[in-house]
Design a protein around this ligand. Structure first.
Ligand code: SF4
Ligand code: SF4
Length: 374
């Protein structure tokens, strides 16, 4: 007599996630995350977290790294937007399934959702819009004068996420942290976006991934204009039973200046990100933090596209990336290089580094962005 194999709740969750578009799914207990990214912050009676990934297409990444033309940036941005929305859908499918079984579940936001930044809705965005108008129309206004003297803290730099999807990925056995601190998977490298669902269902955790796929090739370091992570100093991160040794991270202000598009160049002069603007990012972390606040003020005062860049970052942080607030067409990627260069084989990673080095620069010519091959 053949025995009928019963499908476990864990298997059913994974099937739901894969059917919705996840390339890989894993499960962790809350205990593995409690000391590094406690899921009870999101759901007080949390017991488990489901992590999942969606890879990014290689051709789209290569065109973006190579700066083939401006459509390459558009395609990368649209892919990011569509993938973020897909992750939202996968998370909702898992959440709906768990709720149908009588459990509680929270679909965590894919990005820009921080513990110390309260979502204040559209009000703060309106205020920033008014400030930008005031800077253009009434430059003598006392508030604008105070901003000019550097008397305004514009941005909170404490960006601890409500949940670290990367730590969830390690705890679920989906991958391990590479030198850059990004989640690296054996099949897709770090060219993935991540999602997580926290639930009060007590689920069996998956085994950790034993071998870290990071070869310490440091291609990620050579792709970061901001030098956000160190090339030799290390730091350790403990995620459950796994102790990861990664490149020492510097202040987030450095990544904000580069990935936030405030500058397209700093460390390397033979290529740039997709930003046409230039600011030198100092080595010293405290100095970089001062510069980020002053840059926000300067860009508001400058008006035009620079002010819109501040507005975009504030809007993303305050409102998030859900389908209702940010359509896929409105995403705009200018960096993310540390992650995008990190493919699954070292040969591919080295090729990506070469492509970036020869990709040229984005500059402004008579106010218009151009790609210049050097
Ligand atoms: S680029 Fe190289 S060093 Fe950096 S995370 Fe990937 S494999 Fe590790
Ligand atoms: S996103 Fe860009 S600036 Fe930020 S750490 Fe990665 S490469 Fe550096």
């Amino acid at each position: 007599m053949t025995e009928l194999k019963q499908t476990s709740l864990e298997d059913e969750i994974k099937e739901v996630a894969k059917k919705a578009g996840a390339a890989a799914v894993g499960i962790t207990s809350k205990e593995r995350l409690i000391d590094c990214s406690d899921p009870t912050y999101i759901l007080p009676n949390a017991e488990s977290v489901i992590g999942f990934i969606v890879p990014i297409d290689k051709k789209i990444i290569r065109n973006f790294l190579q700066k083939t033309d401006f459509s390459a940036q558009k395609a990368m941005s649209l892919t990011e937007g569509e993938t973020y929305h897909k992750i939202e859908d996968i998370g909702n499918a898992i959440k709906d399934f768990l709720e149908s079984k009588g459990y509680e579940a929270v679909n965590c936001e894919v990005n820009m959702d921080y513990r110390k930044i309260k979502r204040r809705g559209k009000k703060q965005i309106k205020q920033l819009e008014q400030l930008i108008k005031l800077a253009q129309n009434e430059p003598e206004n006392p508030m604008i004068q105070a901003m000019k003297r550097g008397g305004m803290k514009v941005f909170n730099l404490d960006l601890t996420p409500k949940i670290s999807h990367r730590y969830v990925g390690v705890a679920c056995g989906l991958g391990r942290l590479g030198w850059s601190g990004n989640l690296m998977t054996p099949k897709y490298g770090a060219r993935i976006y991540l999602g997580s669902v926290v639930t009060n269902a007590k689920l069996k955790p998956d085994p950790y991934l034993e071998t870290n796929p990071c070869s310490k090739c440091k291609v990620c370091v050579s792709a970061c204009q901001a030098q956000f992570f160190d090339s030799s100093e290390t730091q350790t991160v403990k995620i459950g039973d796994i102790e990861e040794t990664i490149g020492k991270k510097h202040t987030l202000a450095k990544c904000i200046l580069s990935c936030g598009a405030f500058t397209g160049q700093s460390k390397f002069k033979s290529w740039s990100t997709w930003s046409p603007w230039r600011i030198e990012i100092p080595d010293d972390d405290k100095e970089a933090e001062k510069i980020v606040q002053q840059t926000f003020v300067n860009y508001i005062l400058a008006g035009g596209e620079k002010a819109q860049n501040v507005l975009r970052l504030a809007t993303d942080t305050q409102l998030g990336f859900s389908k209702e607030v940010k359509p896929a067409e409105e995403f705009r990627v200018t960096c993310g290089f540390c992650q995008l260069v990190c493919w699954e084989t070292e040969e591919e990673r080295r090729e990506n580094a070469k492509i970036i080095r020869n990709s040229g620069v984005i500059e402004l010519e008579k106010g218009k962005k151009v790609i210049k091959k050097l």
